[in-house]
Design a protein around this ligand. Structure first.
Ligand SMILES: Nc1ncnc2c1ncn2[C@@H]1O[C@H](COP(=O)(O)OP(=O)(O)OP(=O)(O)O)[C@@H](O)[C@H]1O
Length: 344
């Protein structure tokens, strides 16, 4: 049997700050296969971005301290590999897209030059992405990288791609800049793409185009994707699977259809109930009371218990293990089964 593309097991991460050590990831388990788009959702501060940054090993240590666990990328543990090996895997296996395209493109350089630089760097690990003979000289490689940059811009839907290579970032709209970042992330043909809030800064029609583009790329490039978002609507539209995070734990995970249609963890239900729908009456929107706990001094047991209307003293006894509530569908709640019955 081949190893999954990504397998995270029991990952514990703490971050040091002036307040002390915050236990920001508290036993994360996540498996991503090729062809799957996993949505990582939860309120602000639940550990979504830190999970993404941990996979690509982009957190400096200190303040980051991996206390336990493993992050296996096709069978190789990112936490145990020597630094140059990690850089190599990050360079040729993992692509990343961040939220703000303005800060991730250099305003002083033409779009084409920035894409060419990324293509040439990626070709160090994967020479075959450049369509030129082995042993080609510097200028031939650069011409091939520019051809590839033009192809990628076209692939992500930039009109007149060849000409737009000479534009500067400020000459592009926000949606076009985000497409450039997607082209940049895909140019090295990564196996895993981590997209952290890639459409939050964009209007809804551009957001829909970008998400459609991502879905197409998963099929074309046979990648796995982790899409970090606050928006359950985006997850429902785009993802095949979802992991709901709360205060450093994955509290529910499974196929999108199962989790969205039959959420089993009280936190997921509360998140779903806070989404306005056509039927939501004025003044009737149910927000989620309270806030994510301070992770330097988290509550004992289930971290959601202080905000949960179903909590009992048993919930304070230990971190609940995920229980199976459906096919490939788990919820980390000791009351999940009984609540499921009450819910039907
Ligand atoms: N460099 C850091 N030093 C100390 N604590 C940090 C650091 N970065 C993040 N944290 C803490 O880790 C927790 C998780 O942060 P993270 O950015 O992963 O949350 P998130 O779910 O992605 O939130 P958002 O949706 O707002 O981006 C938060 O409590 C945050 O304050």
């Amino acid at each position: 049997m081949t190893a999954p593309l990504l397998s995270i097991r029991d990952l514990h991460l703490s971050m040091s700050s002036y307040e002390g050590k915050a236990h920001v990831l508290n036993g994360i388990d996540l498996t991503v296969n090729r062809g799957e788009i996993w949505g990582l959702v939860g309120e602000s501060g639940c550990g979504k971005s830190l999970t993404g940054l941990s996979i690509s090993q982009l957190l400096p240590s200190p303040p980051a301290d991996y206390m336990a666990g493993e992050i296996m990328l096709e069978g190789r543990d990112m936490l145990k590999l020597p630094r140059p090996e990690v850089q190599k895997l990050r360079g040729n296996r993992i692509g990343m897209i961040f939220q703000d395209p303005t800060t991730n493109l250099n305003p002083a350089f033409r779009i084409g030059d920035q894409l060419v630089d990324v293509a040439l760097a990626a070709a160090r690990w994967k020479p075959d992405i450049l369509d030129c003979p082995a042993g080609a000289g510097k200028s031939e490689r650069k011409r091939a990288a520019r051809r590839l940059a033009g192809d990628m811009l076209e692939r992500v839907g930039i009109p007149d791609a060849g000409m737009r290579l000479d534009s500067y970032p400020h000459q592009f709209s926000g949606g076009m800049r985000q497409r450039v970042l997607i082209a940049m992330a895909l140019i090295g043909r990564p196996d895993l793409l981590i997209a952290d809030e890639p459409t939050t800064a964009l209007d809804v029609s551009v957001q829909a185009q970008i998400l459609k583009l991502l879905k197409g790329c998963v099929v074309d490039y046979d990648m796995g994707v982790i899409l970090i978002t606050h928006n359950l609507g985006v997850v429902a539209e785009t993802c095949s699977h979802v992991a709901v995070m709360y205060a450093g734990n994955i509290v529910e995970s499974g196929p999108v259809a199962a989790v969205i249609e039959q959420p089993e963890h009280p936190y997921t239900r509360a998140l779903m109930a806070s989404i306005p729908t056509r039927d939501t009456k004025r003044g009737m929107l149910r927000g989620l009371a309270g806030s994510v706990p301070n992770l330097t001094t988290p509550p004992p047991g289930c971290r959601f218990a202080p905000r949960c209307r179903h909590a009992t003293t048993a919930c304070m006894q230990g971190v609940p293990a995920p229980v199976r509530v459906g096919r490939d569908h788990t919820a980390a709640c000791i009351h999940a089964k009984e609540l499921e019955i009450a819910h039907v």
